[in-house]
Design a protein around this ligand. Structure first.
Ligand SMILES: *Cc1c(COP(=O)(O)O)cnc(C)c1O
Length: 410
């Protein structure tokens, strides 16, 4: 018999457990996240004619709807691609070979975006951090570098809003202020792949030129869609931008997008899901969505502290509301702990990436997620710490429950 969805997800998560295991897999990696049943049902539809009036309605609803999520009245482009594609789109539409871009090494994802820029023929200048703070820790350095760049060789400043490898967010207005204080015309680009629809974000109000988003994290969709939100200043930059582009070209999208169509076959069924996701976010209310994520993140940190473990993010102002990265005690393997938890309790946690490999595990608490899912998640971790013989104190789950109860909606 064909495996059901739960078994398939479990198999793909690498579980060795034989036969059927009851209940749902706990997918607590910081993306892809759990897809709500309503979105699964919305996508469960026959393939549609993407040149039909019915599609134009859907295409327009998604483009206009995403403007309300990015909080922009500018342009939004939707690609049938993972987030990495939208990273590339942001750069190739606005920049030329050899252009300098200023980036901040907040962690693994900042590093990947920088490598992508290098492969495109750009010249990144990379400000280092210790991977335990947001890019705003480098705001003064950004301002100084831009102020020195009197020839305006630096064409863009690129930061990651929520660094998914570390659980540190960046104060985006602080970076905007640094650029403005240096009176520098560089474009401002922000990766919100793991913050959009989880943590407050305002493309227009915060003066961002290109925002990069993806479908599989706060937007609660499967992987496969990514986004650029684009200011008029960034749109104007396309005229002079000489990096080669075709698939990612904003100009190619603009014409058909105006009537709800795309220049090539869009990911039609994912767009059904996106329309549902946007509706769900507004039914809950964006402010409530953000408050829910803040509350779950605080409960998680209280559990981590009660266990006697350390949250990787060092600056409270940079704490991420979509995930928490937890440092392992010296000599103990994060990957060993994650494997033990996966096999015993059928839960996936995020691994440590590049320099953090085996040093941290990451708890995803974003997307379609509620109090009891968090209690289950923390319960699995607390039991796993015991099974893997990681030195810790009991009481993490209890600490989180006390906080959740004290702050429960009345
Ligand atoms: C997940 C993620 C990416 C990569 O997106 P893909 O969909 O895997 O290509 C980039 N940046 C951040 C901050 C992410 O969390």
């Amino acid at each position: 018999m064909a495996p059901d969805g739960t078994q398939r997800a479990r198999h793909e998560a690498g579980s060795n457990a034989p036969g059927r295991i009851a209940g749902r897999h706990f997918l607590q990696i910081p993306g892809p996240t759990n897809v709500p049943d309503r979105i699964l049902r919305a996508m469960d539809a026959p393939t549609m004619d993407h040149r039909s009036p019915a599609f134009a309605r859907l295409g327009r609803a998604c483009i206009e709807g995403m403007k309300t999520i990015f909080r922009t009245e500018g342009h939004v482009f939707i690609y049938p691609a993972s987030g990495t594609g939208a990273w590339e789109a942001a750069l190739v539409n606005t920049l030329s070979p050899e252009d300098e871009v200023l980036m901040v090494e907040t962690g693994h994802f900042a590093l990947l975006w920088k490598r992508l820029a290098e492969r495109l023929g750009l010249k990144p200048r990379f400000i280092a951090t210790d991977w335990r703070v947001g890019a705003d820790a480098a705001a003064a350095e950004i301002e100084a570098i831009l102020a020195e760049d009197r020839a305006h060789d630096i064409k863009a400043v690129c930061v990651v809003h929520n660094e998914t490898s570390t659980g540190c967010t960046t104060d985006i207005p602080a970076i905007r202020r640094a650029i403005d204080a240096a009176h520098h015309p560089a474009l401002f680009m922000v990766d919100t792949i793991s913050s959009l629809a989880s943590i407050d974000y305002r493309h227009d109000e915060w003066g961002v030129d290109v925002t990069v988003g993806g479908s599989q994290k706060g937007l609660m969709l499967p992987p496969g869609l990514s986004f650029n939100a684009v200011s008029e200043k960034a749109m104007a930059a396309t005229a002079k931008a000489r990096l080669p582009r075709s698939f990612w070209s904003w100009e190619e999208h603009s014409g058909p997008n105006a009537t709800g169509y795309f220049p090539y076959t869009p990911a039609t069924n994912l767009l059904y899901g996106l329309e549902a996701a946007i509706a769900m976010l507004h039914e809950e209310g964006l402010a409530n969505v953000f408050a829910r994520h803040d509350r779950h993140a605080e409960a998680t940190r209280r559990a981590v502290r009660a266990w006697g473990l350390e949250v990787l993010c060092r600056e409270p102002r940079n704490y991420s509301s979509s995930l928490t990265a937890v440092l392992m005690p010296d000599g103990h393997s994060a990957d060993g702990l994650r494997a033990r938890i996966r096999d015993a309790f059928d839960m996936s946690l995020g691994n440590g990436l590049s320099r953090l490999a085996d040093r941290v595990f990451r708890i995803g608490h974003l997307g379609d997620f509620n109090d009891l899912m968090l209690v289950g998640t923390l319960g699995g971790i607390e039991m796993g710490l015991e099974l893997a013989k990681v030195p810790h104190q009991k009481g993490g789950v209890a600490a989180a429950m006390s906080y959740l109860a004290a702050t429960a909606p009345s």
